[in-house]
Design a protein around this ligand. Structure first.
Ligand code: PLP
Length: 411
């Protein structure tokens, strides 16, 4: 009989969000009157901006006539979108990225997962802990993770704890990490790195010949001056980093699907014989073989967020979520909780009072406040003792959640 990739058998069933849903449903069944405020899943709630909607309507009409019909497009994305990205996301910030270094895709989840295709199995991978689970699970699939231990860690992955104790700034690993995933602004903690703190990692990667996989899916939430919008703001990063971006949280494209990845021409790796290989070339080869491009309609919608109305409208939506995040942060701090993140990100990371474990606090929030979050331990061992709340709700619900939590007794 045919055989499967055994690495897939090492993965536990995706437990986190199904268990969250199971507990919410059980509570709802037992308490049908309860008005549950859901602040768990990281999906946006506001509609797409008008500029993107109009552009997509026009794009659909293009497909209706043979003169303007678009079939297969370039695998790396249409020039109209890649040029707009290079100009507005990079050149406008003084960063030179050429359109040939930009690969448009159906989102950052695919790209952060697929990038492993071009990396050797023997690479030592480092992740921050807690972490966006895709980085870990895709390395398990790719055979780079080793075995899962009783400590909740994979034996070949280097975990870099980020907790209140180290101010959510990961320390450099003692062993050399070949591939390092950094996500800033961070999911799940909502915290950021300053330019200086990110430079430490770029310098480390340059010293050690490491690759940084920089996920900046939440870049549009950055408001603090000292937080870099791109890793390429750091000198020397073009030689060591790939950057992933997404239109999901920036512009509400979680359902439409569009994102992109930047692979600079200077980024070089070695093959097994020690020959130097262009990573940009490898990624192009990978995408051309396995991916047929993001849809024309989605790319027209994405390009519209770079026109003046699109910029204004998307900023308004992100500001709305940031206002919620600020309200959460302030209200929960005033209620005496330890709260992190939420200033340059849609996530607020809360230390559980009295060190109760994440799932227990999840249950308490649900039962006493009718508020659903996500237990920190679901994102990695160092997330134990924390819970994540998202700002992707209405302002009114966010205010109500804060009021309920502030009035609750968790003693
Ligand atoms: N990267 C991070 C850190 C995320 O939190 C998410 C979604 O929640 C993604 C990537 C996925 O982005 P996309 O919708 O573009 O696939």
């Amino acid at each position: 009989m045919f055989k499967i990739n055994d690495n897939f058998c090492k993965l536990a069933e995706s437990y986190l969000f199904s268990e969250v849903a199971r507990r919410i449903n059980a509570f709802k069944a037992a308490n049908p009157q309860a008005d549950i405020i859901r602040m768990g899943i990281g999906d946006v709630t506001r509609p797409l901006c008008q500029a993107a909607i109009e552009a997509m309507h026009r794009a659909v009409d293009d497909e209706a006539s043979s003169e303007t019909f678009h079939g297969y497009g370039p695998e790396q994305g249409y020039p109209f979108l890649r040029d707009a990205i290079a100009e507005h996301d990079y050149l406008a910030r003084g960063i030179e990225i050429s359109p040939e270094e930009i690969f448009v895709s159906d989102g950052a989840k695919s790209d952060t997962g697929n990038i492993g295709d071009i990396l050797a199995v023997g690479n030592r991978v480092a992740v921050t802990d807690p972490v966006y689970p895709v980085y870990v699970d895709t390395n398990v699939m790719g055979g780079r993770a080793g075995d899962f231990g009783a400590d909740g860690c994979w034996s070949n992955i280097l975990y870099l704890p980020v907790t209140a104790e180290n101010g959510f700034v990961p320390s450099l690993p003692e062993e050399v990490a070949d591939v390092i995933y950094l996500c800033y602004p961070n999911n799940p903690t909502g915290t950021t790195l300053t330019r200086e703190q990110l430079k430490v990692w770029v310098d480390y990667a340059r010293r050690n010949g490491s690759l940084i996989l920089f996920d900046s899916a939440y870049e549009s939430f950055i408001r603090s001056e000292d937080v870099p919008h791109s890793i390429y703001e750091i000198p020397g990063a073009r030689e060591v980093a790939i950057e992933f971006r997404s239109f999901s949280k920036t512009a509400g494209f979680t359902g439409v699907r569009c994102g992109y990845t930047v692979v600079p021409k200077e980024l070089k790796a070695r093959d097994a014989d020690g020959n130097e290989v262009s990573v940009n070339h490898l990624w192009l080869r990978r995408q051309c073989t396995k991916f047929n491009g993001a849809s024309y309609v989605a790319q027209r919608g994405a390009a519209a967020i770079y026109i003046p109305e699109g910029k204004r409208q998307t900023r308004e939506a992100v500001d709305y979520y940031l206002r919620n995040a600020a309200l959460l942060r302030k209200g929960l701090l005033e209620a005496g909780l330890e709260v992190f993140g939420g200033t340059d990100a849609p996530y607020v990371w809360i230390k559980t009072p009295g060190n109760i474990d994440s799932w227990k606090f999840f249950d308490m929030l649900l039962e006493r406040c009718h508020v659903a979050g996500t237990p920190g331990s679901g994102f990695g061992p160092a997330g134990e003792g924390y819970i994540r709340l998202t700002a992707f709700n209405t302002y009114e619900n966010t205010a109500e959640a804060v009021r309920r939590i502030a009035e609750a007794d968790f003693g």
